[in-house]
Design a protein around this ligand. Sequence first.
Ligand code: SF4
Length: 332
Amino acid sequence: MSDDPILTVRDVQVSFPVGGLRKRDAILGVAGVSFDVRRGETFALVGESGSGKTTLARAVNGLQAISNGEITFEGQRIDGLDRKSMKPVRKRMSMMFQDPVGSLSPRMTVGDLVTEPFRIHGIEGRNLRDEAARLLSLVGLPTDFVSRFPHQLSGGQARRVGVARAIALDPALIIADEPTAGLDVSVQGEVLNLLNDLRERLGLAMMIITHNLHVVHHVADRTAVMYLGRFVEAGDTEEVFGAPRHPYTAALLSANPEPDPDKTHDRITLPAEVPSLLARPPGCEFHTRCPWAQPACSAKAPTPTQEGTRAVACHFPLEPGARPPTQSESAA
Ligand code: SF4
């Protein structure tokens, strides 16, 4: 991994119009997010559904317009590029979508699916049969799979086909949205190992979007935790997972403990529903659910503070091993 960023995202906002009887308003799905992805690293975005992570990934890939900020990829500003100008960028930045089987066209053979990127981008002079064999071998599938159809594949095999498509044009960055969704736990590990192996062999950078914290712990060098479209904590994965400083990170981790029978875990139960983006809570937007919330939390929004490699947006960051206050402690 190098310190050289391949992707730079600065203060990006994504807003969606909401229709009203008297006026049109906009809600912020992504509310001002900045990060880099370095060459050769895996960067993970985690958060509950509705946290804005998929919207942010789509914005990076040009599938969603941004309302503010800048996105730079391989030295080129790419926010605001039209579809035609974005096409060559997508050769270098490929996207793996959720749903391994559903994201593959049911009428195409595996051979056609993995070589479709060559046709989409009008790349001539390649022997597509050879390319299909090369790609299938890279993702660990037998070459005679070229004539199979998606319904003849298991979830793990379909995901491997998705990976083969993603690496077909020699990208520099792969954005993988929930790469292990819908797969058995044993197959999840195989897919993660494959992604890690390809990242090293091909010198790729990866951006992984997931709600599954085990996925992140396995593969990500750095992790950002999103809540209501903002980063609440971001830093080296081992640091963030080893001693979360933001209560939301701690709650996510406690809900997804490592499957280690020798360890006991205190589950942090979040009391309330995720607030609507139409009615963001004042102050710290997590205060309606935070077990550690204090009166000051609803008065003023915390600004992220940098602690070494990590940034945390909380007025009262947790100490290592902090346990949520009991009801009587909260009431005191
Ligand atoms: Fe919880 Fe307050 Fe920190 Fe927000 S600022 S996460 S409410 S302790």
